[in-house]
Design a protein around this ligand. Structure first.
Ligand code: GLU
Length: 421
């Protein structure tokens, strides 16, 4: 089966199912179990009204999908983007199931999204949309049932509105219903940086395995949001040179190196990294195939495809984004000897610190940033070692290694629980 065709856009859900099928086949998974894990458990679509600043009422569409609840409550972020679709949210929910299993935290997978370009809303409209969406999906939500978090274009402020909305419904404060909250409301130290920090932990391990000196590495980062900008800063702290970065408007390159902090300040001031002094402007397509040692896709799905995979120059691809590489591109990269750190491992630091946040909330506790980062490192290093061992044992790439571990764990849990009734 192929997931890319010349005529139709790439469908993330088809990609996710294809990746699962590959692992299920290798694991010789029981056919009944395969049928269960191949589909989401629950899919909710909501159409809800929002009062706009000009007095008009607009209706928005949103989703919450729970893929699997076998190992614990559903966990996964909510994204606001004009291109959100049910199939995308289903794919992202399935990836969360595998991600939580790869790092061994006690959750199933879920995801949510609203079709909206939040940059076009005022703060008041954004709050109205967030509160009404959360109340519509609250039939599925709860600290023991389904715990949302930030994703593309959603922030700690939005998590605070979600938490408040849920708490107003039940009549008391429930911090453990969402993660990624502001620190003042039971958020965890280190959560904001966690996706990038976890990603850099895996890059450090990969470089050691490959005998690469990070101080001599050139790094390109696609996406300069929460994950991408902090990954650039942390890679610079490792001594690597950040030579290209981009955002949705385009990218910049300077082979002599960019200062990630100054680029971030520029983006805050001008709304984009483009035009940064001393760098040449490039496109996102050019960034992906630019001369570098490490490529960090930290934006959206389906960025590395059959069209550009053979031109990727990096030796390591670390997927801070979810689903940036298609299965066909994966094969091309593997044949070229590119070391792939797959999304469900590379970006699992975010949900891991979300788990820490939830544990702290349930216990009314607050850990230091040092404690959080140290615990994150233990989990990421262990998961990386387990995935590497699996990939070496079966002579498969790291994505397949990660899937073998994850799918086996979820399948074991599902089989042990048995079929109800
Ligand atoms: N949205 C993030 C992800 O894709 C974090 C999810 C979470 O913390 O629950 O992994």
């Amino acid at each position: 089966m192929t997931t890319e065709s010349a005529t139709a856009p790439i469908n993330a859900w088809q990609v996710a199912q294809h990746q699962f099928d590959l692992a299920a086949e290798m694991l010789n998974l029981d056919p009944g179990l395969r049928r269960v894990l191949r589909e989401p458990r629950r899919e909710l679509t909501v159409h809800f009204p929002v009062k706009m600043d000009d007095g008009s009422v607009q209706v928005y569409t949103g989703y919450r999908v729970q893929h699997n609840l076998g190992r614990g409550p559903a966990k996964g972020g909510i994204r606001y983007h004009q291109d959100v679709s049910l199939d995308e949210v289903k794919a992202l929910a399935m990836w969360m199931t595998w991600k939580c299993a790869v790092v061994g935290i006690p959750y199933g997978g879920g995801k949510g999204g609203v079709i909206v370009d939040p940059k076009k809303l005022s703060k008041k409209e954004l709050e109205g949309l967030s509160r009404r969406y959360f109340s519509e999906i609250s039939v599925l939500i709860g600290p023991e049932r389904d715990i949302p978090a930030p994703d593309v274009n959603t922030t700690p402020q939005i998590m605070a509105w979600f938490m408040d909305t849920y708490s107003m419904h039940v009549g008391y404060t429930v911090p453990g219903v969402v993660t990624g909250k502001p620190i003042s409301l039971g958020g965890s130290e280190g959560r904001n940086e966690a996706t990038a920090r976890g990603c850099v932990f895996t890059i450090v391990k990969a470089a050691a395995h490959l005998g690469m000196d990070l101080k001599k590495c050139k790094v390109a980062v696609q996406g300069y949001g929460n994950a991408g900008s902090i990954a650039a800063q942390l890679m610079a702290a490792e001594g690597s040179s950040i030579i290209a970065v981009s955002d949705s408007s385009g990218g910049i390159r300077n082979m002599a190196g960019l200062d990630p902090d100054r680029v971030l300040a520029w983006k805050k001031e001008h709304g984009t990294v483009k035009g940064f002094p001393g760098a040449e402007d490039i496109t996102n397509a050019e960034l992906l195939v630019t001369e570098c040692d490490i490529l960090i896709p930290a934006a959206y799905e389906n960025q590395i495809t059959v069209t550009n995979a053979s031109q990727v120059k990096a030796k390591i691809v670390a997927e801070a984004a979810n689903g940036p590489t298609t299965p066909e591109a994966d094969e091309i990269l593997a044949a070229k000897g590119v070391f792939m750190i797959p999304d469900i491992l590379a970006n699992a630091g975010g949900v891991t610190v979300s788990y820490f946040e939830w544990v702290q909330d349930l216990n009314r506790d607050h850990w230091t940033e040092q404690d959080v980062n140290a615990k994150l490192k233990v989990i990421m290093d262990k998961a990386f070692a387990e995935v590497l061992a699996q990939s070496l044992k079966h002579k498969v790439n790291m994505r397949t290694g990660a899937y073998l571990n994850a799918v086996q764990r979820v399948a074991d849990a599902t089989a042990m629980r048995g079929l109800y009734p």
